[in-house]
Design a protein around this ligand. Structure first.
Ligand code: GDP
Ligand code: MG
Length: 370
């Protein structure tokens, strides 16, 4: 990260590019907007404009650099992560509940269902599927806006009696924008007024061509109420997942994404984290957004305390310094001092951005360019 264009620096400083060029000229460096300047010159310029330069610790730079891909031979298959979207009252919650019932482990666990924002079912063939239990387009687009792409597959629920509605179309657009494959679940087919074929036809108008219409998008008729079509839906999710060849390295320090977080009266700050790669373990020291902590306990969606959680597994974590935000990335780091340092730095950045709108650091401006 040695150079930055004048225009890019201007954007990051929220100043006019022309003003930067003028100042640079006065400083004896005649350059144009599209030319690059080195770090020393950029630092001078930032100071000249009265912005503060905050030094970034090595820790944060290291964390930023840590997003390297895992080597091919470390990757192992992982469960798909599925989000259910659709118009209000079309049966998202009912379908999530019905699918939860297909879990072969749930009965054995004998536990109480914990709504932690996501759950994982284990199927008869031992394979697993993770469902985000926070349906709704807001959660989906908010996460995406924060750079967190946690969903592999979207199941679009359309009530067969009601047909396509505004939020159905919104969901189609969100899914397309995210580039995530879609499976259409035509729900409420138990009703006399159900007209699944009409749904398929209307989908064509939005460039969603389901298999029955000769297209590539899988569709399935279900009744969340009568629990019919669930096996077919699961089969289609598995088929789609196979095509995606979803893999992750379980043998490394964990990285995850916050699905939801809250302040629990008895337990303090708790967050549900979906592990993206690596394995999260009790005792791990971590940074999550502007918070840090040490994993005191891990609780699964069946309310059981577990020792570790691997890729695609949702888990509630205890031991946080504060409440993070949905979409925040979690990273395990080597020790508490480093975790605090990064978290404090990030908290400073967030505050700085909120109050002054000035760039918090040159290094972060540069590293964001990588
Ligand atoms: P959501 O708003 O999309 O989460 O929809 P809900 O799951 O809350 O369902 C809305 C209403 O539709 C509820 O009264 C459900 O009982 C009903 N419902 C959901 N699925 C079915 C179904 O397959 N058949 C019928 N007849 N009703 C259903
Ligand atoms: Mg609902």
């Amino acid at each position: 990260p040695e150079a930055i264009t004048v225009q890019e620096l201007a954007n990051r400083m929220a100043e006019k590019g022309a003003d930067l060029v003028k100042t640079l000229f006065k400083m004896g460096s005649p350059v144009t907007m599209t030319q690059t300047i080195d770090q020393d010159t950029a630092e001078l310029l930032v100071t000249e404009f009265g912005h503060n330069i905050v030094r970034v610790s090595d820790a944060d730079v290291d964390l930023a650099a840590d997003t390297v891909e895992d080597a091919e031979d470390t990757l192992q298959p992982r469960a798909p992560v599925v989000t259910i979207m659709g118009h209000v009252d079309h049966g998202k919650t009912s379908l999530l509940d019905a699918l939860r019932g297909t879990d072969v482990v749930r009965g054995e666990a004998g536990g109480i269902t914990q709504h932690i924002g996501a759950y994982q079912v284990t199927l008869k063939d031992k394979s697993k599927i993770t469902f985000l239990d926070t349906p709704g387009h807001e959660a989906f687009s908010e996460m995406r806006a924060r750079g967190a792409n946690v969903t592999d597959i979207v199941v679009l629920v359309v009530a067969a009696n009601d047909g396509l509605m505004p939020q159905t179309i919104e969901a189609i657009n969100h899914t397309k924008a995210a580039g995530v494959p879609m499976i259409v679940a035509i729900n409420k087919v138990d009703l006399d007024s159900a007209n699944p074929q009409r749904v398929r036809q209307r989908l064509l108008e939005h460039e969603v061509m389901v298999e029955e219409m000769g297209g590539e998008v899988q569709d399935v008729e279900v009744s969340a109420l009568k629990k019919t079509g669930l096996d077919q839906l699961i089969e289609k999710i598995q088929l789609q997942a196979e095509l995606l060849e979803l893999r992750a390295n379980p043998n490394r320090e964990a990285e995850g994404t916050v699905i939801e977080a809250k302040l629990d009266k008895g337990r303090g700050p708790v967050a549900t984290v979906l592990v993206n790669r690596g394995t999260l373990k009790v005792g791990d020291v971590f940074v999550v957004g502007a918070e840090s902590g040490k994993i005191r306990a891990l609780v699964d969606d069946k309310g059981r305390q577990i020792k570790e959680a691997g890729p695609a597994m949702p888990v509630e974590i205890l031991g946080l310094s504060g409440v993070p935000m949905a979409g925040d990335p979690l990273q395990v780091v080597e020790n508490e001092a480093r975790a605090r340092e990064v978290a404090e730095y990030r908290a400073g950045v967030i505050q700085n951005k909120r109050t002054t709108n000035a760039p918090a650091s040159l290094e972060s401006m540069f590293s964001a360019l990588k």
